[in-house]
Design a protein around this ligand. Sequence first.
Ligand code: AKG
Ligand code: FE2
Length: 333
Amino acid sequence: MISAADLRSADPVRKRKVAYAIGQAARDFGFFRICDHGIHPDLIEATYDAARDFFRQPEATKQQYYIANSSNHRGYVPFTEKGDYADEIHRSYEAFDLGLDLPADDSDYLAGNRMLGPNVWPKISGFRRTVTSYYNEVAELGRLVCAALEMYLGLRQGAMTQHMTKPISQLRLLHYVRGSETIDHKSVNMGAHTDYECLTLLHTRNAGLQVLGQDDVWIDVPADPAVLVVNIGDMLEAWSNGFLRSTPHRVLNLSPERYSMPYFVAANHDTVIRPFDELVEPDTAPRYSPFRAGDHLERMLVRDFPYLRAKASSGIGAPTQNPFENRIKKTGP
Ligand SMILES: O=C(O)CCC(=O)C(=O)O
Ligand SMILES: [Fe+2]
């Protein structure tokens, strides 16, 4: 567990120290837990309350916000919106997805960008205000962790964060419900995957998350309300030329009901992710070919969201295997 308090320190020595602790954990494990992160527990609780208020509405009400009705991937993801995760046995969760809340006259949105634009807001008192506050705070924390990793990786300041001025970062409110017919509580609810962005900052209230360790053993991540779980995602694996690895993880049916809130720290839509020169050894080729951040995310979302496949006009193409997930072995618990 790493105290993240010094990420906000004015003292460069303290800042460097915490940056190294974070970098080492990212390097050695690909995921780590931070406390003293500066997001007030009351705001976290209020965000869960907002999530609960949304999910407990009748299905027909939630369907008014169905993500398929949005052109920029915002809104309600029903239990039935099942992706292509081979190892899911009792997949049973719903979600609410949102991102940077851009105005309706945003030029990227008007140009048809599939990830940018305004959020969809349910008519629930306080929902928008609370969830926006949490989004802003977790986004700020994500920038601080990225800046710390720039320092650890020996990159110039802003090497990554300058590409996060209008990011395609999403916040997901997740609600898992274990069906009464699910007898095996170690069955997989959300299948093994890597996250597609740079980093994920996840808060959860309940056990069930597992991450794949170096030796291909699934490790249980305990639930602790004071903690944010951080893992490396695909974009950062490529940016770091594989020095940091995108960590496979999955969610078991341990709890009858489970809430979590991952925030995915991404780059801007059009940022071309290619390994930083500083991290490519002289006279060797980079280990990753360049790709646009938005293209990678959209290619993966089409695998995870049947509605995107159904939209003939989405233009995203056929679902593909995520090359960053080649380390996932279909091992048992
Ligand atoms: O709910 C969790 O703990 C993990 C969620 C997750 O991995 C994801 O949404 O990508
Ligand atoms: Fe994930």
